[in-house]
Design a protein. Structure first.
Length: 135
C-alpha cells in the first residue's frame, strides 16, 4: 500500500469521527411528548406561554427559581422550571424556546430563548410623496 493511500484513509477516518461526534452532541427540536419519552436527554421545545396560568417567581424567596406553564406546538401543556431569574419582559414574548430535559412531569430548562413582538409594525404609509430629482 502506498503512503498516499494510508494518508487518505487516515484523513477519512478523522473526518468521519468528527461528523459522528458532532451529530451525537447536537440537541434537536422536539415537543413535550417526545421529551417525556426521553427523560434526561437535552432537547429544544418550542411553544407559547399559557397566559391563563400564573408565573411563579419570588425574588425575595428564591431569586433563582422561575416557573411557568407552556403549550408546545402540538398543544400539550407542561410546567417549566427555570433555575435562574425571570427574564425581563417574559410576559410579552410571542414564542418561547426552552432548552433542557424532562424530569418527572415537568420540564427543567437550562436556558430560554424568547421571541418578543417586533417593535416595527406592518403598517404601510398611506401615500408616498413623489419627488423628482434633477439631473
Amino acid at each position: 500500500m502506498k503512503t498516499i493511500h494510508i494518508v487518505i484513509i487516515v484523513i477519512l477516518v478523522v473526518i468521519i469521527a468528527v461528523v459522528v461526534t458532532t451529530m451525537s452532541d447536537a440537541s434537536t427540536y422536539s415537543d413535550f411528548a417526545e421529551a417525556a419519552k426521553k427523560p434526561g436527554k437535552e432537547l429544544h421545545v418550542i411553544g407559547k406561554l399559557n397566559r391563563a396560568k400564573p408565573l411563579e417567581y419570588d425574588a425575595e424567596k428564591d431569586a433563582n427559581k422561575f416557573s411557568f406553564y407552556m403549550i408546545d406546538e402540538k398543544g400539550l401543556e407542561k410546567k417549566v422550571v427555570y433555575n435562574n431569574a425571570k427574564p425581563q419582559d417574559f410576559e410579552k414574548s410571542e414564542k418561547v424556546v426552552i432548552i433542557g430535559s424532562m424530569q418527572g412531569d415537568q420540564f427543567i430548562a437550562k436556558s430560554l430563548l424568547l421571541k418578543c413582538p417586533s417593535k416595527y409594525n406592518d403598517k404601510k404609509p398611506d401615500k408616498f410623496q413623489e419627488k423628482a430629482f434633477g439631473n
